[in-house]
Design a protein around this ligand. Structure first.
Ligand code: INI
Length: 160
């Protein structure tokens, strides 16, 4: 995808709704945690920068990206959140496992967007190698976590 033409961290604050008073769930996969922690920082810092209160951001960890769907569903059921950000990093290996994890995670999060009234943002990097993941989690292409936070704010107030 065309990340090369877009810095994932760039946003114009003047065009982003104020996030003060909105509640966010962030579900973080522990797989490739050096990447997912960078994505979490990008998301968290952007939410705060746009007016969200730290006390309105709930973080949960799950073992891997495959578990993001269940984690996000439970977050929606247990907490009155306005949006959920699902954070993961899947890196291509030698087997087809990558494809199954990517497909299941994307489909699961898509299903939540259809079946619940809380938007779930897809902040899952699906890279060919670790270098690509580094470049998109706070590296030369910016931080997909930041992009996800901006999407979460916009979706949380959609139609308001
Ligand atoms: N989970 C990831 O988030 N990233 C990966 O790169 C990965 N790989 O390579 O296997 C991964 N696998 C674990 C998977 O998400 C589940 O946690 C596991 O299958 C248990 O359900």
């Amino acid at each position: 995808m065309a990340t090369v033409n877009k810095n994932l961290s760039s946003y114009d604050k003047a065009t982003i709704p104020n996030a003060n008073g909105l509640r966010f769930g962030i579900v973080v996969s522990e797989w490739n945690s050096e990447i997912t922690e960078g994505l979490f920082s990008g998301a968290f810092n952007a939410l705060i920068d746009c007016g969200a209160q730290e006390s309105d951001i709930i973080r949960w960890n799950v073992p891997g990206s495959f578990e993001l769907t269940f984690g996000s569903k439970k977050m929606i059921n247990m907490h009155k959140v306005d949006a959920v950000i699902a954070i993961g990093s899947v890196i291509q290996g030698e087997t087809k496992h990558f494809d199954f994890v990517c497909d299941a995670t994307a489909q699961g999060i898509k299903d939540l967007n259809i079946t619940t009234n809380v938007p779930v943002i897809f902040c899952v990097l699906t890279d060919n190698n670790m270098q690509q993941a580094i470049e998109r989690s706070g590296g030369k292409h910016g931080n997909k976590g930041t992009e996800a936070a901006i999407a979460a704010i916009k979706m949380a107030v959609l139609g308001n």
